[in-house]
Structures are given as C-alpha cells and as structure tokens.
Design a protein around this ligand. Structure first.
Ligand SMILES: [Zn+2]
Length: 115
C-alpha cells in the first residue's frame, strides 16, 4: 500500500536536479547524488531507498537523455548525451527539462503531451 503522491512527479524532480547541478556533458553524476537532493527537497515517500528509484534512472537512459557509464552495486554513474534545456509544458503546467535532441514529449508520466 503505497499512497504517497509527490507534488512534483519524481521523473521531473530528477530531471530538474540534473539540469541545475549537472548540465554538462563532460561531467559524471550518480543516482546517489540525485537521490540525496530529492531527499533534501522532501517531496518523496520518506520510506524510499535508492533501490526504489532505480527504474527512474533506467528511464532517463532509455529515453536518450543520459547513459550509464559504470555501476557498482546500487551506485550508477551517468553522463548526459547532450545539454539539457528548460521548457514549460502548457498541458500539465510544469517546467520540464529535456535533452537538446530528445523527443519534445513532456516527461511527466501523467501528461506525455507534445511540447
Ligand atoms: Zn506536461
């Protein structure tokens, strides 16, 4: 029974954190660093551990935003394929962050509108 619903979908939180802290194609970042920032922001189920958000990192690798360059137990190192840009989705009214060459589809899973 998992009834916690974040104000901002986790997918959008992850992308915003990468945009604000790691928007550099030469820089490596880890899922642990992103998860720490999500926890600091406090908009997540407090019972979550790093394993609970692994699938979200698979998603950003599958979408062509980032690639997995190394993994050690639960830590995943990633790099962006291309810089990210901030956009606004007029359908769900969130600011969203996409890679320059990603498809212009809102990454909010409840929205998925074309931007
Ligand atoms: Zn949207």
């Amino acid at each position: 029974m998992d009834s916690f619903v974040p104000v901002t979908p986790i997918q959008l939180q992850i992308r915003k954190i990468i945009f604000e802290n790691h928007n550099d194609v030469d820089e490596k970042f880890t899922n642990d660093e992103i998860f720490e920032k999500i926890k600091q922001n406090g908009d997540l189920d407090p019972s979550w551990i790093i394993d609970d958000i692994e699938s979200y990192f698979m998603d950003i690798c599958n979408s062509g935003l980032a690639r997995n360059i190394a993994q050690n137990f639960t830590t995943i190192w990633m790099k962006l394929f291309e810089p990210m840009k901030k956009q606004h989705c007029n359908t769900c009214n969130f600011d969203v962050y996409l890679g320059m060459n990603e498809k212009p589809i809102c990454p909010n899973p409840l929205c998925n509108s074309t931007i």
